[in-house]
Design a protein around this ligand. Structure first.
Ligand code: SF4
Ligand code: SF4
Length: 440
C-alpha cells in the first residue's frame, strides 16, 4: 500500500533536497568520463573496475575490498552516532520508493486526507505506466554502473534489441519495478540485512527518532489529559512502515522523520512545544543526561575507518603504473637450435594501469647472456589496458656454469620515463636441467 502524503515540515524539506542531490548524483555518475575513462564502472567482462579515477585490475582487488570495508565502517560509525541515518536519508530503497509513491499520489489525485474514495481505472493504468517508465530510467542507470550507458544507447540505436546490453537493461527495469512499486518498504521491514543487525550498533547514546513518553503521556484529547499527545494518530498515518513510534524504538523504524514533521504540525496547531517526537538518545529520554559523542564503539568504528583510509592511501602511493606477469610456455619448455643454442618461449601479461596510452620497452637481464626475440618491442599499451605477448629468449651460451639452473629477468620500462619499470624473474630451462636432450 502506498504510504500517506508526507506532512510538510523542516525534515521534509531537508530530505527533499537530500533526495534530489542523491538522485542527481546516482544518475550523473555513470555518464562522467575523465580523460576518456569512466568515473565509475564495474566492468566485470573486461575484469576492470573504474572507481573515481582509479582503475583496479583483478590483481588489485584489495583496493575494492578496502573501499567496501571503509564504507561498512562509515556505516557503523554513523549508525552508532545517529541511528539509521543511511536508511532514512540516503538509501536508494527509501529514496526511490518515496519517488514512486509521490508519482502515484499525484496521478491518482490524493488529497491531504488520503486517496480519493474511488480511483478511476485509467488513473491506475497511468500509475503503472509511469512506474514502468521510471523503472526503465532507474534500471538504465543502475545497469550503467556495470555496462557503459553509452554502449547501451549504442545498442539501442543500432537496433540490437537481443544483445546483452538490452537484456541487462530489461532485467534492471523489472527489478526496479518489482522493488519500488510492489515490495516497497516491506524490503526494509523483513528483507534488509542491515535492519537485522543495526540494533547491535546502537547504545544508549545513539540518536534515534523517538517519542517523549514522559511529556506525551497520558495521551488524549486536549484539555482532558495532562500529556501533550492528543492521540490524533497522524504520526502513525504518515509512517511508511506502519508502526506507532509511541510504542518505543522498533526494528521497523527507518528514521525517515515523517512522524516528526507530522507531530510538529499538530503541536503547532494545539499551541504546544514542538519535538514531542524528535531525534534524541535513550539516555536523554531516561533523564540521565545528554548523549555522549566519544564512546568506545564510536571510537572503535572511527579508528577502523581511519585505518582503512590510511592503508588505502599507502597502497595507492606505492602502486606502480605498470605490471607484468611472466609464464613459461607449457607446451615447449625449451628448444634446441641448429647452432647448439637453447631457447625458451614465454608468455608475458603486461598492464598499463595509467589513464594515458604508454609505450614500453622490454629488456632482459643479465645483459649479454640472452637474446630476446619479440614480434614487437617497444610495445604500445593503451590506457588502463592489458596486453598479452609471446617472446622467445635464446641463451647465448647454454653450457655456461656447466648447464646449471639459470634465471632470466624480464625488465619492462616506460620509454619516456625509464625509472617507471618492473622486473620479473623466471627460470630458464636447459636440456640438462630438464633431463632431456632435445626439444620439448
Ligand atoms: S516511526 Fe517515524 S521515523 Fe520511524 S519509519 Fe515511521 S515515520 Fe519514519
Ligand atoms: S502526531 Fe503527535 S500528537 Fe498526534 S498521535 Fe502522534 S505523537 Fe500524538
Amino acid at each position: 500500500m502506498i504510504s500517506a502524503r508526507p506532512v510538510q515540515g523542516t525534515f521534509r524539506r531537508l530530505r527533499w533536497w537530500a533526495n534530489a542531490i542523491l538522485i542527481a548524483l546516482l544518475f550523473a555518475v555513470p555518464w562522467v568520463r575523465i580523460g576518456g575513462q569512466p568515473l565509475v564502472l564495474l566492468d566485470v567482462p573486461a575484469r576492470r573496475f573504474h572507481v573515481f579515477g582509479l582503475t583496479i585490475f583483478p590483481q588489485e582487488l584489495y583496493f575494492l575490498w578496502l573501499i567496501v570495508a571503509a564504507l561498512a565502517f562509515a556505516l557503523f560509525f554513523f549508525t552508532a552516532l545517529a541511528g539509521r541515518l543511511w536508511c532514512g536519508w540516503a538509501c536508494p530503497q527509501t529514496v526511490f520508493t518515496d519517488v514512486f509513491a509521490a508519482v502515484a499520489r499525484r496521478i491518482q489525485g490524493w488529497s491531504r486526507g488520503g486517496p480519493p474514495a474511488r480511483i478511476a481505472a485509467w488513473r491506475r493504468v497511468a500509475t503503472h505506466a509511469a512506474w514502468i517508465g521510471l523503472s526503465a530510467v532507474v534500471g538504465f542507470h543502475l545497469v550503467g554502473y556495470f555496462r557503459s550507458p553509452y554502449e547501451i544507447l549504442g545498442a539501442v540505436r543500432a537496433g540490437d534489441l537481443h544483445g546483452a546490453s538490452m537484456a541487462f537493461w530489461a532485467a534492471g527495469t523489472a527489478l526496479c519495478y518489482f522493488d519500488f512499486a510492489v515490495v516497497r518498504q516491506t524490503f526494509c521491514k523483513y528483507l534488509c540485512p542491515y535492519a537485522r543487525f543495526q540494533g547491535v550498533l546502537f547504545d544508549r547514546d545513539t540518536l534515534v527518532v523517538a517519542y517523549d513518553a514522559g511529556r506525551g503521556e497520558p495521551r488524549g484529547k486536549k484539555g482532558t489529559v495532562d500529556g501533550d499527545c492528543v492521540d490524533c494518530h497522524l504520526c502513525v498515518e504518515v509512517c511508511p512502515t506502519d508502526i506507532d513510534i509511541r510504542q518505543g524504538l522498533q526494528l521497523e523504524c527507518i528514521a525517515c522523520t515523517q512522524c516528526i514533521d507530522a507531530c510538529d504540525g499538530v503541536m503547532d496547531q494545539v499551541g504546544r512545544p514542538s519535538k514531542l517526537i524528535g531525534y534524541r538518545s535513550l539516555r536523554g529520554l531516561e533523564g540521565a543526561g545528554t548523549a555522549r559523542l566519544a564512546r568506545p564503539r564510536v571510537l572503535v568504528y572511527g579508528t577502523a575507518l581511519v585505518l582503512a583510509g590510511v592503508v588505502f592511501a599507502t597502497l595507492l602511493a606505492a602502486r606502480k603504473p605498470l605490471a607484468m606477469q611472466v609464464a613459461h610456455n607449457p607446451a615447449s619448455l625449451f628448444q634446441k637450435m641448429a647452432d647448439g643454442r637453447v631457447g625458451n618461449a614465454f608468455t608475458l601479461h603486461l598492464q598499463n594501469r595509467d589513464r594515458t596510452d604508454r609505450v614500453f620497452r622490454l629488456q632482459l637481464k643479465p645483459a649479454g647472456e640472452y637474446d630476446l626475440v619479440s614480434g614487437m618491442n617497444p610495445l604500445l599499451i593503451p590506457a588502463t589496458s592489458s596486453l598479452e605477448t609471446r617472446v622467445f629468449v635464446i641463451a647465448r651460451d647454454p653450457d655456461v656454469n656447466g648447464g646449471a639452473l639459470r634465471q632470466v629477468t624480464f625488465v619492462l620500462e616506460e620509454l619516456e620515463h625509464p625509472d617507471r619499470r618492473v622486473e620479473r624473474t623466471s627460470s630458464f630451462m636447459l636440456p640438462q636441467w630438464v633431463g632431456g636432450g632435445g626439444s620439448r
